[in-house]
Design a protein around this ligand. Structure first.
Ligand code: GLG
Length: 753
């Protein structure tokens, strides 16, 4: 196998990375040295790698400033309708490379750094991820910011500036251990504090009703201190703002409610107020969508008592909204008391609660699911009453991902091979990938696509060896399931697949397989943590089995995060999207794999349904129960032992897990998991096992025909245009927000000389 090009050599060839004109490079070097001296206060004798990263970050940031100010000025002058995207999570990852890509500075910076005798990739590795999210929801918000700026919308992201983002995951003796993510420790060169825009936020207190209105009095005040981060559009000189708020105790923080014993104690107690933005809650998807229907733990329902104490005035307003809402319901359905009860914003019976989803629906002019199947399920189940009352309110907006980060930035080799055939416009108009249909039978193109994948795999293998001390064969199938650990996502189904293939000792199959599995479990989610332990336990047995050798490896990638996704996804051959039909709202990882030339094995769930449509059914590996089958099985009752008794390979795998084959020192380690799978598995793992294994056999068979495989890869890439977040955002803009995407470009300001 040929050695991969060094990053510096590869990037030099790449036009999509901007021009490295001599002047640009000279200015960048000059400014880098200026920042090292004046901003970092260092010389090259004592500078660390981190200092160099900071000097480069500041150098690149300078190119944002003029564009940022101009953009905001133009919004002020033209006064367009603004979009505010409010989210508790913005899972941004790193900023440096994304900024260079969007500003077409990458080649020039690369050359400058090279001439300075430094290594670009090493510097980039010094940047902390902004891990202000759990998974898909937070990453979606980040992709949307990129698209809104790239489409020229006057948009702002509003969220919380958590001092600690999603925890760092360590694997210790096979178990997940959480460590605090102190991402701001060395400072954040991308943010600008705006104390001048600090706002008071009130809590507690009581209301007074006067003839001239209502007063909310005797409140406790916490200040909200905003920090602004620039969000550059793709090569349009537009820079929007993400404004994240940090809690700050006011000087006169008296803390009546916080038990104050005097001055020193009052100062110490300021922490209580400032704790509000201290740490991101590491809970992802407490309740997957289908579960909402059957269980009452369901959507968020906040206790009235809590509301009453913390936000008494808000509660009064909610009562008034509910009164008007129920009046409307009863005018449409006179006498239908049961419907009124179901649709109320306030749940009676036991502890009184506010149903937050109902409040959202009543308070919004549009409501949407995030993939077609998800939108349909919402209308037919949880929000049925609301849909019947107001069908026009309900829409669908299928999720998307930004092709800047998830192709140009993370997979430059692939972006270049595509650009060579169809030009660069696909980067801002991803539908143009359809043009690749003309190249499905083009031998040279097939070869190029396969070669890029091989290079990415080799690069990832080198990374794994350096960082995880594992050696893998880069010619094997890279079979990847990376996502938060959750029962509904069915990492356990994948475990059974791994065990089954291991038990067959590859008698039937001679290929090599590397199965990656990776992600965090919520710290309080016991089963998820046990699933991680099972995966690592399987790895311990399989990876050192001399009979299997390097034909099968099972690797749990520690500390999955945006930055690791950017490395793993371009290297994947097979993408595992195997949730129980009806449980994954959309998925967005699935789209990233598709765009990066992996084939999908998946159920008819979330966006997989639309991916199959776009790629052509024959070009994606679909298996298992459809939503209707799951419903039918629920009606008749799911009986795991039926499958266990009927399918010998399944029985063997379960007996091994139960009997300590993978945990010889502690044979009953996985008894809870086995018990769950056998007796109360809400996600019906066994019911899809047989079809899944058959489908995996088809995958193996196809992988033996590299050309056919790569043709399907091309058809998948060609069909992935729909899944650009530019398309999603354009739809939100036109169909919900009532704003026009402009694709306007602002004039470039004078760049720093
Ligand atoms: C959710 C869902 C995903 C979805 C994502 C973005 O579970 O299916 O793709 O949001 O809408 N809690 C999530 O991550």
């Amino acid at each position: 196998m040929s050695k991969p090009l060094s990053d510096h050599d590869r990037k030099k060839q790449i036009s999509v990375r901007g021009l490295a004109g001599v002047e640009n490079v000279a200015d960048l070097k000059k400014n880098f040295n200026r920042h090292l001296h004046f901003t970092l206060v260092k010389d090259r004798n004592v500078s660390t790698k981190r200092d160099y990263y900071f000097a480069l970050a500041h150098t690149v940031r300078d190119h944002l400033v003029g564009r940022w100010i101009r953009t905001q000025q133009s919004y002020y002058e033209k006064d367009p309708k603004r979009v505010y995207y409010l989210s508790l999570e913005f899972y941004m990852g790193r900023t440096l490379q994304n900024t260079m890509v969007n500003l077409a500075l990458e080649n020039a910076c690369d050359e400058a750094v090279y001439q300075l005798g430094l290594d670009m990739e090493e510097l980039q590795e010094m940047e902390e991820d902004a891990g202000l999210g759990n998974g898909g929801l937070g990453r979606l918000a980040a992709c949307f910011l990129d698209s809104m700026a790239s489409l020229g919308l006057a948009a702002y992201g509003y969220g919380i500036r958590y001092e600690f983002g999603i925890f760092n995951q360590k694997i210790s003796s096979g178990w997940q251990v959480e460590e605090a993510d102190d991402w701001l420790r060395y400072g954040n060169p991308w943010e600008k504090a705006r104390p001048e825009y600090m706002r008071p936020v009130h809590f507690y207190g009581r209301t007074e009703h006067h003839p001239d209105g209502v007063k909310w009095v005797d409140t406790q005040v916490v200040l909200a201190l905003p920090y602004d981060t620039p969000v550059p559009g793709y090569r349009n000189n537009i820079v929007n703002t993400m404004r994240l708020w940090s809690a700050k105790a006011p000087c006169e923080f008296s803390l009546k409610d916080f038990n104050v014993g005097g001055y020193i104690q009052a100062v110490l107690d300021r922490n209580l107020a400032e704790n509000i933005s201290r740490v991101l809650y590491p809970n992802d998807n407490q309740t997957p969508i289908f579960n909402i229907i059957t269980s009452s733990e369901a959507l968020e329902r906040w206790p009235i008592d809590l509301f009453q104490t913390l936000l008494p005035r808000h509660l009064e307003i909610i009562y008034e909204i509910n009164r008007r809402h129920l009046e409307h319901v009863s005018s449409l359905y006179p006498g239908d008391v049961d419907r009124m009860r179901r649709m109320s914003l306030i749940e009676e019976g036991g502890q009184k609660r506010v149903n937050m989803a109902h409040l959202c629906i009543v308070g919004s002019h549009a409501v949407n699911g995030v993939a077609r199947i998800h939108s349909d399920i919402l209308k037919a189940t949880v929000f049925k009453d609301f849909y019947e009352m107001d069908p026009h309110k309900f829409q669908n907006k299928t999720n998307g991902i930004t092709p800047r980060r998830w192709l140009v930035m993370c997979n430059p080799g692939l972006a270049e091979v595509i650009a060579e055939r169809i030009g660069e416009d696909f980067i801002r108009d991803l539908d143009q990938l359809k043009k690749l249909h003309d190249f499905v039978n083009d031998e040279a193109f097939i070869r190029d696509i396969a070669k890029v994948k091989q290079e990415n795999k080799l690069k990832f293998a080198v990374h794994l060896e350096e960082h995880y001390k594992v050696k893998i064969n880069p010619n094997s199938v890279f079979d990847v399931q990376v996502k938060r650990i959750h029962e509904y996502k069915r990492q356990l189904l994948n475990c059974l697949h791994i065990i089954t293939f291991y038990n067959r000792e590859f008698r039937e199959m001679s290929d090599n397989y590397v199965l990656f599995n990776s992600s965090q479990a919520a710290p309080g989610y016991h089963t998820a943590k046990m699933i991680i332990r099972l995966i690592t336990a399987i790895g311990e047995v399989v990876n050192k089995d001399p009979v299997v050798g390097d034909r099968l490896k099972v690797i749990f990638l520690e500390n999955y995060r945006v930055t690791l996704a950017e490395k793993a996804i371009p290297a994947a051959d097979l993408s595992e999207q195997i949730s129980t039909a009806g449980t994954e709202a959309s998925g967005t990882g699935n789209m990233k794999f598709m765009l990066n030339g992996a084939l999908t094995i998946g159920t008819m769930d979330g966006a997989n349904v639309e991916m199959a449509e776009e790629a052509g059914e024959g070009n994606i590996f679909i298996f298992g129960m459809r939503v209707e089958d799951v419903e039918a099985m629920d009606a008749k009752g799911y009986n795991a032992s039926e499958f266990y008794n009927r399918i010998p390979e399944l029985k063997q795998a379960i007996d091994q897990i139960a009997g300590g084959f993978f945990s010889p020192k502690q044979p009953d380690l996985f008894k809870d998991i086995v018990n769950m799978l056998m007796h109360h598995d809400r996600f019906k793992v066994f019911a899809d096992y047989e079809d899944y294994i058959k489908c995996q056999e088809k995958v193996s068979a196809l992988y033996k025909k590299p050309k056919e495989w790569t043709k399907k890869v091309i058809l998948n890439i060609a069909g992935s245009g729909k899944f650009s977040s530019d398309r999603t955002i354009s739809q939100y803009a036109r169909e919900i927000w009532g704003v026009e995407p402009t694709l306007e470009k602002l004039a470039a300001p004078d760049d720093p000389k």
